[in-house]
Write a protein that binds this ligand. Structure first.
Ligand code: MLT
Length: 279
């Protein structure tokens, strides 16, 4: 059973999410990355919804959420998530973000630390873009604005998966490709600008009072394990999982293992909080 909820903020006319497993005691927010929508979590949701209340948003301009009225920041996205969770009377949740969803999760953890039960960074990073990354994003924005959206998607998509996965599961690539191709050019550029402008979040990790889970793919060209490992000792409790059979898309490449790791992490965070409250 699932149902949709929707809120609006000054930046976003409609920001929506689907809720699965309503009423379960522990809430887990699953935030998709770029240029995906909430369907990215299709394989993980059935594995977790019996035990957890899952809140799975569509970021502005994809899935059921309408496009933003103007450019937005990661902080604006975090604010929308906070409004949505408060409307559901969810005071504290595990916040799990995939890649760009992790950048948004960092902004949320920075602004609302008391509402974070645990932070799961899935193929993601707390670091800001470096100069080279910004240069490449600006090149991509210029290509997209000149009508090259499809070429941009076709060039980026295959590299998100391992070669083995691409060969064995062409249907998953087809689904991701057709979803990505349906995203409007102005939505893609708004996301890229929000990523370029996001601040470095390493201080958020240094002051985090909640546990962190780091999931990285051994073959991830975007956020390689070495980059993740630079950040895994900044927080005070860190779980680190390196997936040998994954590039950038563990939720499709190894959903069973990701669901198990999220389950263990969420149970740990909940037990830790319960022990703290009863101490
Ligand atoms: C994503 O998967 O969300 C993006 O590739 C992240 C990025 O470009 O930094």
């Amino acid at each position: 059973m699932s149902h949709s909820v929707q809120i609006s903020t000054s930046k976003f006319p409609s920001f929506s999410a689907t809720i699965y497993g309503e009423g379960n005691e522990i809430s887990v927010v699953l935030i998709h990355g770029f240029p995906a929508d909430s369907s990215l979590w299709r394989k993980v949701i059935p594995l977790l919804a019996k035990q957890y209340q899952l809140i799975v948003p569509d970021l502005p301009g994809v899935g059921n959420s309408s496009i933003a009225a103007e450019n937005f920041s990661m902080d604006d996205l975090a604010e929308a998530l906070s409004v949505l969770l408060k409307a559901q009377q969810i005071d504290k949740a595990i916040i799990a973000g995939h890649s760009m969803g992790g950048y948004m999760a960092m902004a949320y953890a920075d602004a609302y630390p008391e509402a974070v039960l645990g932070l799961a960074m899935i193929h993601s990073s707390a670091m800001a873009d470096n100069d080279e990354k910004i240069k490449n994003r600006k090149k991509a924005i210029s290509l997209i604005q000149k009508g090259g959206k499809d070429a941009f998607i076709e060039a980026m998509l295959p590299g998100l998966f391992t070669k083995d996965f691409r060969e064995k599961h062409p249907e998953e690539l087809t689904q991701q490709r057709s979803q990505a191709l349906s995203v409007a050019p102005e939505v893609l550029t708004a996301f890229y600008n929000a990523m370029i402008n996001r601040p470095d979040g390493q201080n958020v990790l240094r002051t985090a009072s909640y546990p962190l889970l780091w999931v990285c793919g051994a073959e991830d060209p975007l956020i390689p394990p070495a980059k993740t490992m630079q950040q895994t000792s900044l927080g005070f409790v860190n779980f680190v999982e390196i997936y040998n059979n994954s590039a950038h898309m563990a939720m499709l490449e190894c959903p069973d293992r990701l669901a198990v790791d999220l389950d263990h992490f969420a149970s740990y965070c909940y037990a830790k909080q319960t022990a703290h409250l009863s101490a």
